[in-house]
Write a protein that binds this ligand. Structure first.
Ligand code: NAP
Length: 296
């Protein structure tokens, strides 16, 4: 069983590394070749594909982990070098793990079916440290069930698999979970701004929050980032905005209007508009603090 992996961004690189570490035959492709080269430096037995099409031709099982719908369309639908056109050559199954829209996921599912390829949507929950430790949570949507090969590979990258329903339901569930994550992100920004004006020690407040019933792994993981102790980017604010736009689109498509989803999206759009897009999503705290001082 030869595995193909497309997308070696912050998450994908760590996930592919876990497959390589376990010794599975692996071929990778990433738009910026330097990230593939860096993986091969760590794991010399990994191959680098020339383009996504080569992954479909050379691999039995394909994993994809890229930024968003636009990137997915560029990588999967290209006539010459895209993943889908030669999908009927060798690939038997495709596991799509990016956070993309459920609508695009269904479009891909039907194209995969027309090539007799099993399609599974399996976006992930968890931060970079969970990815590195192989402790991600997968939200799976599939009409076909999971083969033992897919199960084994997911187990090398994650600690649990939650079956959500038919194809597309994994991607929909991911947007619901991330709506909670991004709500937490913004309320943490708000209480840090309020704490500053109440003369409450911000570091003590974050320790309290982490230990309290309101604490979450996301909040504990990001505490140094909220406190400005480092400026590492673990999940770009622009990707958080993408998630909330997709959540809003999903709600719209079902005829709903939810206040919190709309507010969170508006805040992220405002933060991105004034230059916070490439910072970690925790920088929403800086944006909120600045807006209270009238800086934004
Ligand atoms: P990232 O570091 O920004 O990586 C994005 C990946 O997409 C890179 O491989 C990038 O290639 C590729 N890409 C972007 N635009 C492209 C295009 N037009 N054509 C081809 N490739 C393109 O993002 P990430 O944090 O790893 O996130 C990846 C996915 O996982 C996203 O859907 C995100 O929402 C989801 N996710 C992330 C986290 C997290 O904590 N970071 C957690 C859960 C889920 P280059 O290397 O060439 O730029």
């Amino acid at each position: 069983m030869h595995i193909g992996f497309i997308g070696l961004g912050r998450m994908g690189w760590l996930m592919a590394a876990n497959l390589a570490k376990a010794g599975v035959p692996l071929t990778v492709w990433n738009r910026s070749r330097s990230k593939s080269v860096a993986l091969v430096e760590h794991y010399p037995e990994v191959h680098i594909a020339e383009d996504p099409a080569q992954i479909a031709q050379d691999c039995d099982l394909v994993f994809t982990m890229i930024a968003d719908d636009e990137a997915a369309r560029a990588v999967y639908f290209g006539q010459e070098s895209g993943l889908i056109a030669p999908l009927n050559r060798r690939a038997k199954a495709w596991v799509e793990m990016s956070t993309i829209s459920p609508a695009l996921s269904l479009e891909i599912a039907s194209l995969a079916a027309s090539h007799n390829v099993i399609y599974v949507d399996a976006p992930v929950s968890g931060s970079l440290n969970a990815a590195e430790a192989g402790e991600l949570v997968f939200m799976v949507g599939t009409s076909a069930g999971l083969s033992p090969e897919i199960h084994t590979s997911l187990a090398l990258m994650g600690k649990s698999v939650c079956q959500m329903g038919e194809a597309g339901s994994g991607h929909a569930a991911k947007l619901l979970i991330n709506s909670v994550i991004h709500s937490q992100n913004q309320i943490v920004g708000e209480i840090l701004a309020l704490a500053a004006s109440c003369n409450i020690d911000r570091a003590a407040l974050m320790t309290l929050l982490g230990d309290s019933a309101a604490g979450s792994p996301m909040i504990r993981f990001r505490t140094p980032l909220y406190l400005g102790e480092n400026d590492e980017v673990t999940f770009a604010l622009s990707l958080a905005k993408k998630d909330m736009q997709l959540a809003q689109d999903l709600a719209d498509s079902r005829g709903h209007r939810f206040a919190q989803i709309s507010t969170n999206l508006d805040q992220l759009k405002s933060a991105e508009a004034v230059g916070f897009g490439e910072k970690d999503m925790a920088a929403i705290a800086q944006f909120i603090a600045g807006s209270q001082l009238g800086n934004q």
